[in-house]
Ligand binder design. Structure first.
Ligand code: GRF
Length: 212
């Protein structure tokens, strides 16, 4: 069985959605650890409630980002994880870390990438007058919020929407699709090769999986 770690910084609702699917037997892999760069992340409580080992790495305890990422990498290897799931991990990983785990790191970002990398995506989409927004699940490369797209899910933006309205719709999609993509990876259906994502041996398009 493939083991994986989940990296968080906060609430951990995506982590919870993965735990729930695992408990329902819908994920063939197993979460072997939850790692946070914030000691007060609520996601740590969620993990502890499930008996999942938790680890906190605080930037203040390390001389550099590289040193911190090295410590995290060693912990991940000690746990024997074959996949790293970023779920609201709000610290940019060093190129050294990303190279070490090339093709084994997934991220979820609340926008239809390449639109709106970075922060405040909801506000930016509303201010731009966009009629749709969404979420992107992608492999991680050395660019922030880039890397081969696995799946995108769209939601509408209506004229009177506030950030919370759009966020609610996006988060619902995230909770539905992130566990599914994790399962694709754990079952060996999803792989990354030379910067591209393949599902069942077929290369995914630049917008990722599209339901037929
Ligand atoms: C998610 O919306 C995800 O897209 C972004 O950070 C948020 C994390 O939320 N990367 P949570 O901690 O999983 O509740």
């Amino acid at each position: 069985m493939k083991k994986f770690v989940v990296l968080i910084s906060g609430n951990g609702s995506n982590l919870q959605s993965i735990i729930d699917k695992q408990n329902l037997g819908q994920i063939s892999g197993k979460i072997c650890g939850v790692i946070s760069n914030k000691a007060d992340a609520y996601g740590l409580v969620r993990a502890k409630n499930e008996g999942i080992p938790t680890f906190v790495f605080s930037r203040k305890d390390y001389k550099s980002n590289l040193e911190m990422d090295l410590a995290i990498a060693e912990q991940i290897e000690r746990l024997g994880a074959g996949l790293i799931v970023l779920a609201g991990y709000m610290k940019i990983l060093t190129p050294e870390f990303i190279q070490r785990f090339e093709g084994k790191i997934l991220n979820i970002h609340p926008s239809l990438l390449p639109k709106y990398p970075g922060l405040n995506t909801y506000q930016r989409a509303i201010e731009a007058g966009d009629s749709e927004h969404g979420t992107t699940i992608h492999f991680v490369n050395e660019e922030v919020d880039a890397g081969a797209v696995v799946l995108q899910a769209k939601v509408p933006i209506y004229p009177d929407d506030e950030v919370e309205d759009v966020m609610g719709r996006v988060v619902e999609q995230e909770h539905q699709y992130y566990p599914l993509v994790v399962e694709w990876f754990c079952s060996g259906r999803l792989v990354a090769k030379e910067g591209k994502a393949f599902l069942d041996g077929r290369e995914l398009s630049i917008t990722g999986y599209a339901e037929e």
